[in-house]
Design a protein around this ligand. Structure first.
Ligand SMILES: *Cc1c(COP(=O)(O)O)cnc(C)c1O
Length: 421
């Protein structure tokens, strides 16, 4: 459930009409609903209760500092994959003790900054990373809490580019070598083993791969404890999928996921950490854009809109589907016409949807791409020298710009011309 609904024929974010925001901010813009973010975060907490748990929001899905502050104030932890994300979480007021540092390529400089700033846990993904972290922590005279990211060799059966838990994926250490690497970790100075970590992929629409992975995690917990390690936390990763269309089958709900977790891992007396991104932020955001032209070609009609693949890359990158709602609701019985919705960028890949049935929209009409709160603004670029799209947060009947639209001068001023030119 989200809070983007039609009222009196106009699409609203909570109690604010999106067309009012468009009039104030211009298009395109991202808009997030505070109530939806809050609801999704709480669903996870409730689903895992009464197990001790920390729901760590995957910052990479939406890293706006206002969004992080909203979730952090509710008690969320943060899962970060770079020191940039770590600093964003800290800027949002989230203490280091609630920040988990994931990722295959942490540099020594990043490790040092996180250790100095305070960190709950490093999710270590390889032997060389283990050695590097041991050296950095020892040099600082501190101890780094670690979990090893174990690759359970489970096929998440999701999109190729976001599957991470198979043998051939670059992530984690093979489960067959886990005991040996934990032994190595225990012998190295400056490290303290606190748990096990897994993350098998994103946009999973079935609980079976999770259950297979967590079953292996339970076995590994027992084996590692028998080897003398203290396993007090289990980090289950993120990855629960969301409905991107109203028509297809709904993926499992957090409550079903939580019930499975309790069944498979509940008796291990561990604190459960999870790292959901998409399920918290995805359906909490839309991208609003305006039609620049309606163009008739020989075979089909195009709506050329003012958002492009640089603003929302998911359709071009993952062939992703986003539902599209006009800001003004179609009247019942109004004929729908198939159109291709495309951006202004000079690439055929700059296509949001093909042959989508929409009311007859004209230049100046506005539409919203749904489910754009995750992997939307964070993946935007300035390709074609298009400044980053602003972000707006709605709560109840008010809204605020939480990242303003950059101006062209500032964008150009970032480049410098060497004095020999
Ligand atoms: C991407 C990622 C997540 C979040 O995945 P979602 O599908 O957005 O829930 C969590 N943990 C790690 C390590 C990730 O790389």
């Amino acid at each position: 459930m989200d809070h983007f609904l039609y009222r009196n024929g106009h699409l609203h974010a909570e109690d604010v009409a999106l067309s009012d925001i468009a009039a104030a901010v211009g298009t395109p813009f991202y808009c997030y609903s505070a109530a939806t973010l809050t609801r999704h975060f709480r669903l996870f907490q409730e689903a895992l209760s009464p197990l001790p748990n920390l729901v760590c929001f995957a910052v990479k899905s939406n890293s706006n500092v206002a969004v992080l502050k909203l979730l952090g104030d509710l008690g969320a932890g943060m899962d970060v994959v770079s020191i940039g994300e770590y600093l964003r979480a800290r800027a949002a007021g989230v203490p280091g003790e609630r920040i988990v540092f994931s990722g295959v390529g942490k540099t020594r400089a990043e490790m040092r900054s996180a250790l100095e700033g305070g960190i709950r846990q490093f999710n270590v993904e390889s032997d060389p990373e283990l050695e590097a972290l041991s050296e950095v922590a020892t040099a600082l005279g501190v101890t780094a809490p670690i979990a090893l990211r174990v690759n359970p060799d489970v096929d998440a059966k999701t999109h190729e580019k976001i599957s991470t838990g198979r043998k051939e994926d670059k992530f984690g250490v093979p489960i067959s070598r886990a005991r040996e690497i934990y032994a190595r970790a225990a012998a190295l100075p400056g490290l303290r083993v606190v748990g096990i970590d897994m993350h098998i992929g994103s946009q999973l629409t079935d609980l079976a791969p999770f259950e297979a992975a967590y079953t292996k995690m339970a076995e590994l917990t027992r084996a590692l404890r028998a080897d003398g390690h203290t396993i007090e936390r289990l980090d289950l990763g993120g990855g629960l999928g969301i409905p991107y269309t109203r028509s297809n089958d709904a993926p499992p709900l957090p409550v079903d996921y939580g019930a499975m977790v309790k069944r498979v891992l509940g008796d291990l007396e561990c604190e459960i950490e999870i790292e959901p991104g998409r399920l918290i932020s995805g359906n909490a955001g839309v991208l609003v854009t305006e039609v620049i032209y309606r163009k008739k070609a020989e075979e089909r009609e195009f709506l050329i809109v003012d958002a492009a693949m640089n603003d929302l890359v998911r359709p071009a990158m993952y062939s992703a589907h986003h539902d599209i709602d006009p800001l003004v609701e179609a009247v019942p019985g109004e004929p729908l016409v198939p159109v291709d919705i495309v951006g202004p960028i000079c690439e055929s890949g700059d296509t949001f949807a093909k042959q989508r049935a929409l009311p007859l929209l004209q230049a100046g009409d506005r539409i919203a791409f749904r489910s754009a709160g995750a992997y939307g603004a964070v993946m935007a670029s300035e390709y074609n020298s298009r400044p980053l799209v602003p972000e707006v947060l709605v709560s109840g009947d008010h809204f605020a710009v939480i990242r303003k639209r950059p101006d062209y001068d500032a964008m150009i001023a970032r480049d410098t011309i060497p004095d020999w030119l």
